[in-house]
Design a protein around this ligand. Sequence first.
Ligand code: SIN
Length: 504
Amino acid sequence: MWRTVRLSAQITMSSIRNFSALVQNKALINGSWVDSSTCATFDVKNPASGEVITSVPDMTVEDAQKAIKAAKDAFESKEWRSLTGKDRSNLLKKWHKLIEQHTEEIAEIMTAESGKPIAESKGEIIYGNSFVEWFAEEARRIYGEVIPSAVNNREIIVMKQPIGVAALITPWNFPLAMVTRKAASALAAGCTVVVKPSEDTPLTALAVAKLAEDAGIPKGVINVVTTAKAAPIGDLLCKSPDVRGISFTGSTEVGKLLFRNSADGIKRVGLELGGNAPFIVFDSANIEKAIDGAMASKFRNCGQTCVSANRFFVQEGVYDKFVSQLKQRVESLKIGNGKSCDVQIGPLINEMQFNKVSGFVEDARSKNANIVTGGKGLSSLGSLFYAPTIVTDVPPTAKIYTEEVFGPVASIIKFKDEAEAVQKANDTRRGLAGYFYSENLQQVFRVAKRLEVGMVGVNEGIISAAEAPFGGVKESGVGREGSHHGIDEYVDIKYICMGNLKYD
Ligand code: SIN
């Protein structure tokens, strides 16, 4: 049964006051809300204040094995297998409705555990829930084919069937949307799932799992394993013969490890990994639009987004104007605890991330880059706040140029012509998203085709949508999420040859 939160002595008064009944501090296995078999727990902290919100079970490999078994049994059970696409669609629609009805409470939980400004949390819930709605619709459209045979008395029939148990390993930066983008497509296809949310943000995942249960999704179909031991549990999920697919959103380094670990079992692997997105502003751009796009792309979620602009390439004719307008906008951002409605920039998620971002800026400074604004921690707000920063004269050897920053730091590089911009934009092993601003139609098509990325924003800084295929090329990942392609990650194609048919 669902249990309301067991308020531990660690929870402070301010967090209790705001807490909703959706806060769960148990993991979900086979329809039961359970502790770790060792009774161990780990704390979930508010990155804005450092307060402990609550603690959740620190599940073991053996616990995760139970979750896999529950998902396997549920996959094979009549309650799930016998459902039609329409039945699954109806369950997903109910789940969608419940998430919509609980937007305020989920947003509060999300802001508390991720530090995201409350307006962005609400935005993420609408965005994340659009995947549930989209895949509720797609559940009824998983079409097969009848292919004309070259042999007279044969029919070639192709059907799509669910792959089985899918393990979904989700990140802290979009604690709801990355769960729903994966889980809704897997469930629509007829799979069952084991979700391993990030240890930084397990509460949002548990809250949406509770709503899935309330929607009537049968026990064992969605299991949630909370753990601070990501490595051994990730290893199990990759190696267990009962898991047929792995879907991961997170760092390229971890993605490579999961890819390698899944090789022996020839698993279906979907990886949505880090980017190093170029954001090119040509002389032909509308600068006001480019500034709006730059602010949205770079500073959404404090820059902790895999499709965030990472390197700004600005053509020499508009360079000075772009830098001065961007500086003005960046310096007007309201920074603080995300629970205040007017806050636009919250804290970084944890100390490791804070050290990475500040280390990257110090590295650029030591290589003679120019810090136009920011470039420091804001300790008066809390230990994880970092000032929105603009860096110019960035040398190609600087870490903020070669690696994904994942923080509120805009690096700006001047270029002369289109060929130079495209060459520099593509000069990375990553290829998730790329953006450019140009009002020249010929240039728009030329550059859109030449950028080595999975997604291109032309005169647009926010491109994510349930209807569109999300994913990267090169070392940014394999597979696509969202859109009608999202279902393909969770189905096998089966060819049935009907022979010796008598038609006359
Ligand atoms: C991510 O940063 O992992 C996802 C961003 C998005 O869906 O827009």
